[in-house]
Design a protein around this ligand. Sequence first.
Ligand code: 5RP
Length: 223
Amino acid sequence: MTQDELKALVGQAALHYVTPGDIVGVGTGSTVNKFIEALAGIKDQIPGAVSSSEASTARLKALGIPVFEANAVGELSVYIDGADEIDALGHMIKGGGAALTREKIVAAQSRRFVCIADESKLVKVLGAFPLPVEVIPMATARIARQFAQMGGLAQVRQKDGAPLVTDNGQHILDVTGLQIADPLVFESQVNQWPGVVTVGVFAHQKASVCLLGTPGGLKTLEF
Ligand code: 5RP
């Protein structure tokens, strides 16, 4: 199976976790795009979605799925999203698509986080994927120095020759060279640094379930 087919497999499988009648939380990325396509097939069974990015909002609306503001609805039964890395306990690195802040907000508003990923995302220790951190632009240099003290190299993510600007009007630092042995402690620590909007470690908002696409078929990990 190609990677695209593995993404389609888990995107389709995630429908099983959508409760008819409930608004569903929707993440961001190429795997979630497969889920959104599948969701369109059952759109008559749900009131709509809360989205984690402008990109996903546009896709949902284009397929006729209503999008609600997070503030307009209460707790969601499920949030479906991809990951850049996931470990054996359901801790993740996210933010490869620069949507980590809204992703964490919608995940926090949801009872269950269903992660959909192909098996290349499963790792023993988080950190080989450059860690995305959304930051207030005036703090980037100081935050980069703080990562350097941990052995990390932080670089401002670029787009079209200029710093990428997130949906929230901020910048992204991508940090290489880290080995995140204790994701819960790491997330709490970095979140406290002035100027950090969101760190892309999802340990406090970890996955409840991971649907993993493997060449042998669908594998379900429960955490
Ligand atoms: C976006 C994310 C994505 O979930 C993550 O980057 C995985 O994306 P893809 O499904 O395209 O591999 O965190 O901010």
